[in-house]
Design a binder for this molecule. Structure first.
Ligand code: ADP
Length: 176
């Protein structure tokens, strides 16, 4: 994906997307997530990042956080705030530490490490355009959305894998 050759194939980004069901996506629900939820997510998955959605059902994308940034931010919050507990709520809006009005556990904001405007494209976007985004914008992943709702994710490697796949099939002629 160096942008030197023009990709000619008619694939659309939904053809590249590995996660055929939205439920398979590991997302972060911004309205209900705790420190422990995030730590478990990091322990049980190896993805390079996670879309942040406003609601588990609606799946409206409100951001994206990379795995490394999330690990660093959680560790930093744990070190800095000794009263942070497993049940502490995590917010992804900007702002500092907040204490719960009801006297429950303190909460923490990790908004600073979130990309609040991740690149989103429609399922029917031609792969050629998607490749342009990867090469020109230098991103490692794009989210697939329909009317703001998360439908999938495509990484740079997914695109490379798809191109390799096309090369091995009859459709492999005239890719570029
Ligand atoms: P890479 O494709 O560079 O190995 P990842 O490890 O992040 O990057 O992704 C591995 C696979 O999982 C890819 O096919 C990608 O589309 C998919 N994927 C990426 N992030 C998520 C996620 N949060 N939930 C579910 N699948 C994901």
């Amino acid at each position: 994906l160096d942008g030197k050759e023009r990709f000619m194939h008619t694939s659309m980004c939904e053809d590249v997307c590995k996660t055929k069901k939205v439920k398979e996506l590991k997302t972060i629900d911004a309205n209900s997530v705790t420190v422990q939820d995030l730590e478990i997510l990091l322990e049980t998955t190896m993805y390079h990042g996670f879309p942040i959605v406003s609601d588990d059902q609606l799946n409206i994308v409100i951001g994206y956080v990379s795995r490394n940034d999330l690990i660093r931010a959680l560790k930093c919050a744990r070190d800095k705030h000794i009263d942070l507990v497993n049940a502490s709520r995590v917010y992804f809006t900007d702002g500092l530490m907040r204490s719960n009005a009801g006297g429950g556990p303190i909460s923490v904001s990790l908004g600073k490490v979130v990309n609040h405007d991740p690149i989103c494209i429609e399922p029917k976007t031609p792969l050629a355009h998607t490749i342009d985004m990867f090469t020109k914008l230098g991103v490692s992943q794009v989210l697939i959305t329909n009317r703001g709702k998360l439908k999938g994710i495509i990484t740079r490697k997914d695109v490379l894998r798809h191109i390799d796949y096309l090369k091995t099939t009859d459709n492999g002629h005239n890719l570029f």
